[in-house]
Design a protein around this ligand. Structure first.
Ligand code: ATP
Length: 250
């Protein structure tokens, strides 16, 4: 797969733009990146703060031969890829908050948003959006205690373009392995070592159903295994679920 990077000074949302281009027939490997997003998106209509001149926002378009219910695993493949790059290239002990966030010192440094389009019962396309706080020096009031940036952690600026290339390269190799194997067994152990939820008490927020449990780690399908108070183990599917710490975000 070849990457084809398209750059915008400003766009509403790189995910939205990638989805528009997908509809017009863009090929797998399209990467939409922008200096600024005027309507950056989180999950379930939430906003991703995306000022100009500082951070990395990009979305990749994939057209995988994959059953639709396996698509959420791609979020984990991306989280894993970004985490490994930030650890090896930037030397930062980034951890993964299952399924779609990366954290450093309990604060969010990266968010991932995966959106899938179906054609009948098959995947037409999957768009994976990534927002990384790179050189932000100051966050708006409401994010100050829950967000951080590479700059704030390292004390030096990081080049966005280089970081993007490193992530795309890392992701491509993992994506190809994933498509061969069709599950996450090849990265499960390494992923679990970076999983901040591991062994912690978490609140599982399923639509209409909320419970407390101990997070054990992901299985080969990317589901979060949790141990409930009655001793039973449940596999939580990444699709529509959020996990929180019992006292806060982690
Ligand atoms: P979930 O666990 O369900 O994913 P979340 O709070 O992490 O919950 P997301 O949709 O992943 O939700 O991310 C959106 C949220 O992230 C926003 O509601 C806001 O709290 C926070 N946020 C927005 N912009 C940024 C940013 N640039 N850096 C860090 N955090 C941000």
């Amino acid at each position: 797969m070849e990457w084809n990077v398209v750059y915008y000074e400003e766009i509403d949302s790189t995910n939205t733009q990638a989805k528009r281009m997908a509809k017009e027939g863009a090929e797998q490997g399209l990467v939409v990146t922008a200096d600024e997003q005027s309507a950056g998106k989180g999950r379930r209509g939430r906003v991703w703060e995306s000022p100009a001149g500082t951070n990395l926002y990009f979305s990749i378009l994939l057209r995988p031969e994959l059953e639709p219910d396996k698509a959420p695993m791609l979020t984990l493949v991306m989280a894993y890829s970004v985490a490994v790059v930030l650890r090896t290239q930037e030397g930062l002990p980034v951890e993964i908050k299952w399924p779609n966030d990366l954290v450093l010192e309990k604060k969010k440094i990266c968010g991932i948003l995966t959106e899938m389009e179906l054609s009948g019962s098959q995947i037409a396309d999957v768009v994976i959006g990534v927002g990384i706080n790179v050189n932000t020096t100051e966050f708006p009031e409401e994010l100050r205690d829950k967000a951080t940036s590479l700059y704030l952690q390292k004390g030096e600026q990081v080049e966005r373009e280089k970081l993007l290339q490193q992530i795309l390269e890392k992701f491509r190799r993992q994506y190809e392995r994933f498509l061969e194997i069709q599950d996450l067994s090849f990265l499960q152990n390494e992923y679990n070592q970076m999983l901040i939820n591991k062994d912690r008490e978490v609140l599982v927020l399923e639509p209409g159903h909320e419970y407390q449990a101990q997070a054990l780690g992901i299985n080969e399908k990317g589901e979060l295994l949790v141990k409930k108070s009655d001793g039973s183990t449940e596999a939580v599917f990444a699709g529509e679920v959020s996990v929180r710490g019992i006292y806060g975000y982690i």
